[in-house]
Design a binder for this molecule. Structure first.
Ligand code: SF4
Length: 189
């Protein structure tokens, strides 16, 4: 008898926490009251895709105010650069690595049980969850955020492959890429 041959689809996607809960995002950067409705709709329309909400590493490592209640007064990429440095300090870095391991652990469980992990969806420009771009040196630069980078490194070490997709908000191209990911298509490099 095979396991998991019940009502479930055995298809999941991993989504940045703030896509489903804008209340967690750093002060001054929320673009919606609660969740990114169109992104969620793109996933829902794809049909039968379970959403795994990843933890918000900045909230859990630095706090909701990211360790500076005045953070929203700086330009976003400058504040993001400060957050990036704060996450690199020993305590927060250890916590971030634990959180990344928890995500990797879930991915292992699903993949080793024959489920399809359609992708990890991060948020571009974020010092933590950026996929194509992140913030460093006071600017938005190409590269991954610390959290996504750590998850990707853990998976790569084990020879696991999970497509990564970075959203910014809900631009048409990003939504189309998300819908394609949910259909099992890999994002273009
Ligand atoms: S991008 Fe990542 S760290 Fe930033 S609010 Fe969203 S989940 Fe948290």
């Amino acid at each position: 008898m095979y396991m998991y041959e019940d009502g479930r689809s055995r298809r999941v996607i991993f989504l940045a926490h703030c896509a489903l809960n804008q209340n967690a995002i750093s002060d001054g950067t929320a673009v919606a009251p609660a969740l990114l409705e169109e992104a969620l709709e793109a996933i829902r329309r794809a049909g039968d895709v379970g959403i795994v909400q990843m933890p918000c590493p900045e909230l859990l490592c630095l706090g909701l105010d990211r360790g500076d209640p005045l953070g929203a007064e700086r330009p976003v990429t400058e504040e993001n650069t400060r957050i990036r440095a704060a996450l690199g300090a020993e305590g927060p870095r250890q916590r971030l690595e634990e959180l990344a391991e928890q995500v990797a652990c879930q991915i292992r469980q699903y993949q080793d049980s024959g489920f399809q992990v359609l992708g990890i969806v991060g948020m571009n420009r974020s010092p933590s969850c950026g996929v194509d771009t992140t913030s460093d040196g006071g600017r938005e630069v190409a590269g991954q955020g610390l959290f996504v980078g750590r998850i990707a490194a853990l998976l790569a070490k084990e020879g696991r492959s999970v497509p990564l997709l970075g959203l910014r908000g809900e631009e048409e191209t990003a939504l189309a890429a998300l819908a394609a990911l949910c259909r099992g298509e890999r994002p273009r490099p």
